[in-house]
Write a protein that binds this ligand. Structure first.
Ligand code: IMP
Ligand code: MG
Length: 179
């Protein structure tokens, strides 16, 4: 599997540093208020488990599964809800946890849907941000790392469902895409 990689963009220590830093900022922002952390499946799972260890307030977790990519590396602009939340979020303070913000189509649809459920507040934390790719009018309040417009895998992020188990973020050799 590791032979498919071109380079490492963020190693394990850098990711751990980002989680600590974001966790401290979020802890300070909520100042003891309870919150609901919503992980967007499946890409955010590793980031979510590491990040919430560094958030020092009472929190609940829930998950939502949406699909905007259909196995390739380009967004189709469509978002399909595959799994909805398991509990009511009315009146709650929500923190959406995402792996990567690219065109913003996915998060735009999710935030519009969740805001319509009368939440008290809604913020977004994303590990990675590709600002040059943005199409929808949306930004994350908390960003781990801005990256250039390149397809990345690892630490939850996949290419055709592979590479999610890598403990770091990296790029793939071009020949992997042309297979
Ligand atoms: P957006 O709707 O274009 O912002 O796409 C966001 C979603 O696309 C993310 O949650 C990822 O699942 C996926 N995605 C975007 N860029 C990458 C990437 O470089 N590698 C892997 N998945 C990506
Ligand atoms: Mg995702």
């Amino acid at each position: 599997m590791r032979d498919d990689l071109k380079e490492v963009l963020l190693d394990e220590a850098e990711i751990e540093g980002i989680c600590k830093d974001l966790g401290a900022k979020i802890t300070e922002a909520y100042a003891g208020k309870p919150l609901v952390c919503i992980g967007i499946l499946k890409g955010s799972v590793m980031f979510m488990t590491d990040l919430i260890k560094h958030i020092d307030t009472h929190l609940a977790i829930d998950f939502m599964d949406v699909s905007s990519y259909h196995g390739g590396t380009e967004s189709t602009g469509e978002v399909q809800i595959l799994k909805d939340l398991s509990a009511s979020i009315e009146g709650k303070d929500l923190l959406i946890i995402e792996d990567i913000l690219e065109t913003g189509t996915t998060l735009k649809s999710i935030t519009e849907l969740l805001e319509s459920r009368k939440v008290n507040s809604l913020e977004i934390v994303t590990l990675l941000d590709k600002p040059n790719r943005r199409k929808a009018d949306i930004e994350a309040k908390y960003v781990g790392q801005k990256i250039p417009d390149e397809f990345v895998v690892g630490y939850g992020l996949d290419y055709a469902e592979k590479y999610r188990n890598l403990p770091f973020i990296g790029t793939l050799k071009p020949e992997i895409y042309s297979k």
